[in-house]
Design a protein around this ligand. Structure first.
Ligand code: 4AD
Ligand code: MG
Length: 478
């Protein structure tokens, strides 16, 4: 069995003059004497002091950036500035060579664009070490939050025959041979010959199945991958992203908003508490990045201030109708600076409008409710006005839509009427409709885009930098 100490523990250790073994990847090797070694346990490196006069020259040559090495040595108090401990190497073993000429990560600052092309290696940088540690902590915090509240974690199917959002932007799943697709008599693709005997796709949301479980357990959540074939080449969209979808029975929109706000505050505060080093690093990274921007584009708050601000303030709640009034009379609308001008009730809000409300007008997270029925999904509960539905979107500064959810239509007649109006075939969703037939009850839920949460908490600007191997139009590498 291999035994080694983690660099994270050693950097905080005072057990000087003891023998330790560390294994990691060389970040730099200076003057044939000082190795900066990183093992991923933290962003920091440990300094290995090499007695080069007594070390084989061939071995020294193989200590190159990117190489994996094992070092046995004595932990000593560091004489150098910037670190508390060093390891005086007694023996060094090369576990895996790395040709310095070919290794893509040079000991210098690389751009995020460059690192995106090298996504298989970018975990080895401080920035991505920090981002993925925060991502991990947030995932853990989400499970902890729901577990503490007695929610049941449901795994909903990845392959499905239904289109939960009715938006039609799905990836098809098939085993049919494209070169000789079987056809029915009227020339359509014959899916009866397909693996499942019908057309299927990758799920866009686990909500509909989640609702079934909520109507038995009372409160459930899903946390899994979802897929959208929308051709959005933006810094906030992925074709494959992870979504958290809680669903609660005996609940209305108010309960839903409260749950969402509690959850957001819980996980952000978990990250602040448990990712201090990572967030301090990302805070500095963002300050540096902001310095390159013109003054008026820089944010007023640092990353950590922004996270604390979210914890300390209630999310602003208002209806779609109120938001339209604000937008209509806003400067960018009057001066025709919006790409999509707001002139009448019923318009769908674009990200420029959402960001205006959050970043310029309220300057804090906003919960928008009661949207026009025509711009929302079939399952949302009709309000008494017959025009709006009990929907909610939670908008965050720098992100726009973070959460989308609603109270669900629990009344069978209202639901089937909406499905008819929106051309959603009832035969295909017979199982969904059964919950309204047998013991229907008020219930509500929402979906949180996990990468958008990670984006917000890490202060990164492109969603492709907070998921390990991003999927987006024309890109499915790795
Ligand atoms: O608003 P959406 O489409 O809502 C649903 O899917 C509902 N079924 C959720 C529910 O009520 N259970 O998506 C929910 C969230 C969005 O607010 C956004 O944060 C994220 O998922 N999202 C995306 N994230 C990254 N890339 C994309 N292409 C995304 N599309 C949605
Ligand atoms: Mg939405």
């Amino acid at each position: 069995m291999i035994k080694r100490e983690k660099i994270k523990d050693l950097l905080n250790s005072t057990a000087f003059n003891t023998e330790v073994t560390v294994m990691g990847w060389v970040r730099t090797f200076r003057n044939n004497q000082f190795i900066a070694l990183n093992d991923g346990s933290c962003m920091g490196n440990i300094q290995i002091v090499v007695d080069f006069a007594n070390t084989n020259e061939d071995l020294l040559k193989r200590i190159t950036t990117g190489a994996a090495i094992a070092v046995k040595g004595i932990l000593v108090e560091s004489l150098g500035k910037g670190q508390k401990v060093d390891i005086k190497a007694n023996s060094i073993e090369i576990l895996g060579d790395s040709n310095a000429e070919e290794y893509p990560l040079q000991p210098k600052k690389h751009s995020l664009e460059f690192l995106r092309e090298k996504a298989h290696l970018r975990f080895r940088t401080n920035t991505f070490n920090a981002v993925f540690k925060v991502r991990h902590a947030l995932a853990y915090a989400i499970h902890q939050f729901y577990n503490e509240r007695g929610f049941v974690y449901m795994h909903t199917p990845v392959i499905t025959a239904s289109d939960a959002e009715g938006a039609g932007e799905m990836f098809k799943v098939t085993t049919l041979d494209f070169d000789k697709t079987p056809r029915t008599d009227d020339g359509k693709v014959d899916f009866s010959a397909d693996f499942f005997g019908r057309a299927t796709n990758l799920t866009v949301s686990g909500q509909l199945e989640g609702e079934l479980a909520a109507m038995a357990f009372g409160q459930i959540y899903t946390f899994g991958p979802t897929f959208r074939a929308e051709n959005s080449n933006t810094t906030r969209h992925l074709a494959e992203f992870w979504m958290i979808e809680p669903e609660i029975a005996f609940a209305d929109l108010e309960n839903n908003m409260q749950l969402a706000e509690d959850m957001m505050k819980y996980v952000i505060s978990y990250a602040l508490e448990n990712c201090k080093d990572e967030l301090a690093f990302l805070n500095e990274r963002l300050l540096d990045e902001e310095k390159t921007k013109p003054q008026q584009e820089r944010s007023e708050l640092s990353l950590i201030e922004k996270l604390n601000f979210c914890l300390e303030n209630e999310f602003q709640r208002l209806t779609y109708t109120e938001a339209i009034q604000i937008l209509k009379h806003s400067k960018p609308n009057q001066k025709k600076q919006f790409k999509y001008l707001i002139d009448e009730w019923g318009a769908d809000l674009q990200s420029e409008h959402e960001r205006y409300l959050v970043e310029k007008h309220f300057k804090k997270p906003v919960i928008l409710t009661d949207y026009p029925k025509d711009i929302k999904s079939f399952y949302m509960r009709m309000n008494d006005d017959g025009k709006t539905v009990a929907a909610m979107d939670i908008l965050f500064p720098g992100i726009g839509e973070m959460i989308g959810g609603s109270q669900r239509e629990e009344r069978m007649d209202m639901l089937t009427k909406r499905m008819e109006e929106m051309n959603i075939p009832q035969e295909e969703l017979w199982w969904y409709l059964d919950t309204r037939r047998f013991g229907s009850a008020p219930h509500a839920g929402f979906g949180l885009g996990f990468e958008r949460l990670v984006l917000f908490v890490t202060g990164m600007t492109n969603i492709r930098d907070v998921i390990a191997f991003p999927r987006f139009p024309k890109s499915a590498e790795f």
